[in-house]
Design a protein around this ligand. Structure first.
Ligand code: NFS
Ligand code: SF4
Length: 672
């Protein structure tokens, strides 16, 4: 007879560094409510899957080709092949390309719905949306060669914004379906970067085409050359980074406003005891923008009062949170790993979700409370849970639909049971779009990246690193981001952040100008104090990683730091990535010339040949490459070493030595 083993649970203090998360995890466990943290203890990962060497693209498989110790050490030849003869390289490359395709499809399909709504707005069919940033509209029109002036009676006058928007919307939406030529936004990249793409044949023709071509080429018995497969992976990624994502960011800025620095609050403590709490969760801001707009209307305020509530809190989760935070300063309830715990507060009257990163278990947790779990997109419904419902969002009746959702939440307010809201919140400064960085550094009359370049050249700022991406239940929540970022800023590397990484920074207080004096190296701290910025700049959602591409391009164009993105003393990192979107993003950075560091391995270790291709050979093709280091401090030092090599190649390594000496001397004087 076997003894019953007590079911294993996560130890809150060991799985996260975030205080609110620790408290709520204890509470969930005491109530017998299981969360992802517990499931990560119970369920082990599959060794073969994590190495990427399981092929299941035909029904003769799955064919599994584990990499044995003897093969790895070379004492036995590597003769592994699948039933059809596929090598480990082919199998791993196929699997990876399919991840890239899925990631790019997710971001870009979100982009498509934005473009469709934009076009409907321009046609007057989505009256609740409008043009908030006309300057950006005119700038974007320029990228598409849409005229922004016209001649009337021989006089050149500005063209009507709705006419411009209509043309922009049509061309933009067309980019998903183009079959030939190259996508229009590619020309926004520095010329030498574009030349590399042309040389290797990786300029995308149209967003959809590149995704479909991956699905074709990875079908049983098609592309059997791993290098050729990865070229298509690279091409598809560019269609997203310099296409679907970038256009989506631009159109969202035009419709909802380009982010500029503003203050925000983060963590579960933003929920309220006496107001109706609505969490907007997912990625697409089309729904959440309308909810934010509607809660301030008199009829909605009155409705809340009629239910005994003092008003509304609309708090975000995942990247929908970042979208409404950077534009409206709306609070963030938490990141991806905190979604179940938000419901455990008992204070969430409606959990309103759109697309991506929504855990199916949310529906189950909602059942333990009064929370209504409301799906809003026809492509993302949920069949689980008795509290689950679907309110189909329609762009032509956007505000009315938003109000319908708000009423459901308010109606649910009196049904609350026990409420446990942790008190933890942090304040932060967010909203550093490329435009905002430019104006912040150069002043609104002569917005410019030159001052940033000057500070990189003189060595006060050693380099730039984009730290982005998810939290992963297999890693210590938040800590992987924080340890890496603190080490980078301590060494004068300014950090640009998005997604759930940005939330980790917000919760830990790194997104305030004052944090520079505490965490940043002397050079970076001096720049931050002079300009009044935090050492870590929140640039928005994961979709907004395209802002990092445009900012990096501005740096190249401002001069003095090389001719292409690959020349910059810059890097990217996703220490806790988990979603396929992150693979798509990482690949577009690599293809654009950026060194990308991961804290969770890609599923490629089953093929040392493919690993070598990604971590060594890709640099010869694009100037950027993948790397992997699970220890965040070691990862930071690998990034810094990369940045220093780039500084040396640019001939600006000496200036930094002088700056450091200056600082040491100054500190000596201050100490005396
Ligand atoms: Ni990015 Fe944003 Fe978070 Fe990861 Fe999910 S919310 S799009 S995918 S988990 S960072
Ligand atoms: Fe196996 Fe080849 Fe089929 Fe893959 S495609 S499952 S390796 S037979």
């Amino acid at each position: 007879m076997s003894e019953a083993t007590p079911s294993k649970l996560a130890i809150p203090e060991e799985v996260t560094v975030d205080k609110a998360t620790i408290k709520m995890l204890h509470l969930a466990q005491s109530k017998g409510i299981e969360t992802i943290f517990d499931r990560a203890v119970k369920m082990k990962q599959c060794n073969i899957g994590t190495e990427g060497i399981c092929c299941k693209v035909c029904s003769q498989g799955p064919c599994r080709l584990p990499l044995t110790k003897a093969i790895r050490e070379g004492t036995e030849p590597d003769t592994r092949i699948g039933l059809c003869g596929a090598t480990p390289e082919t199998i791993v490359a196929r699997n990876l390309c399919r991840m890239i395709a899925a990631g790019c499809a997710s971001h870009s399909d979100h982009g498509r719905s934005v473009a469709e709504t934009f076009l409907a707005m321009a046609r007057g069919e989505a009256k609740d949306y409008t043009i908030k940033d006309e300057i950006k509209l005119r700038e974007v029109a320029g990228f598409f060669d849409v005229p922004i002036t016209e001649e009337i009676d021989g006089v050149e006058v500005p063209r009507d914004k709705w006419a411009i928007a209509l043309e922009v919307g049509e061309i933009c939406l067309g980019q998903w379906g183009t079959q030939q030529g190259e996508m229009i936004y590619l020309k926004r990249a520095p010329q030498p970067t574009q030349d590399r793409w042309a040389k290797h044949g990786v300029k995308p023709r149209g967003i959809d085409r590149e995704v479909v071509e991956i699905m074709h080429r990875t079908h049983m018995g098609v592309d059997q050359d791993y290098k050729n497969l990865m070229l298509q992976g690279a091409r598809c990624s560019l269609g997203n980074g310099w296409g679907g994502s970038m256009m989506s960011t631009d159109l969202q800025d035009i419709m909802f406003g380009t982010p500029y620095p503003n203050a925000g609050k983060i963590n579960l403590g933003v929920l309220s005891r006496d107001k109706v709490n609505i969490i907007v969760h997912g990625h697409d801001p089309l729904v959440s923008e309308m909810i934010v707009c509607a809660i301030n209307q008199p009829d909605m305020i009155e409705y809340a009062h009629s239910k005994g509530a003092k008003g509304y809190v609309v708090a975000g989760m995942c990247c929908t949170a970042n979208e409404i935070l950077v534009r409206h300063g709306m609070p963030i309830a938490g990141d991806y790993l905190q979604q179940e715990l938000a419901v455990v507060t008992g204070a969430v009257d409606a959990m309103v979700v759109d697309v991506q990163c929504v855990m199916e278990n949310l529906a189950r947790v909602s059942e333990c409370f009064h929370t209504k779990f409301i799906t809003t997109m026809p492509i993302a419904k949920c069949a689980t849970g008795k509290n689950t419902m679907h309110v189909n969002f329609e762009e032509h009746a956007a505000l009315a639909k938003a109000k319908e959702i708000i009423r459901i939440a308010a109606d649910n307010f009196p049904n609350r049971g026990e409420v446990n809201i942790p008190t933890d919140t942090n304040r932060m400064v967010v909203g550093f779009s490329t435009e905002a960085i430019k104006y912040h550094l150069g002043g609104s009359f002569r917005g410019s990246f030159v001052p940033l370049n000057d500070n990189i050249i003189n060595g006060r700022i050693r380099g730039v690193c984009g730290v982005v991406g998810c939290n992963n239940a297999r890693m210590e929540h938040d800590e992987v981001h924080l340890a890496l970022i603190k080490e980078l800023i301590k060494n004068d590397v300014i950090v640009l952040t998005t997604g759930c990484s940005a939330m980790a920074c917000g919760k830990a207080g790194l997104l305030t100008p004052e944090s520079a004096a505490v965490y940043a190296g002397a050079g970076l701290a001096e720049v931050c104090e002079t300009v009044g910025i935090p050492p870590v700049l929140h640039m928005g959602s994961c979709l907004d990683n395209s802002r990092i591409l445009t900012a990096a391009t501005e740096v190249v164009n401002a001069g003095g730091l090389g001719k292409e993105l690959a020349d910059l003393p810059a890097a990217g990192a996703a220490p806790g990535w988990m979603s396929e979107k992150a693979v798509g993003i990482g690949q577009y950075f690599v293809t654009s010339g950026v060194y990308v560091m991961l804290g969770v391995s890609l599923p490629i270790n089953g093929s040392p040949i493919l690993k070598h291709h990604l971590e060594v050979e890709m640099e010869e093709l694009y100037g950027g490459k993948w790397d992997y280091e699970p220890d965040p401090v070691l990862a930071a030092h690998k990034i810094i070493a990369h940045i220093d090599r780039k500084r040396q190649a640019l001939g600006i390594d000496k200036s930094r030595e002088r700056v450091l000496m200056d600082m040491a001397d100054r500190q000596k004087i201050e100490a005396a």
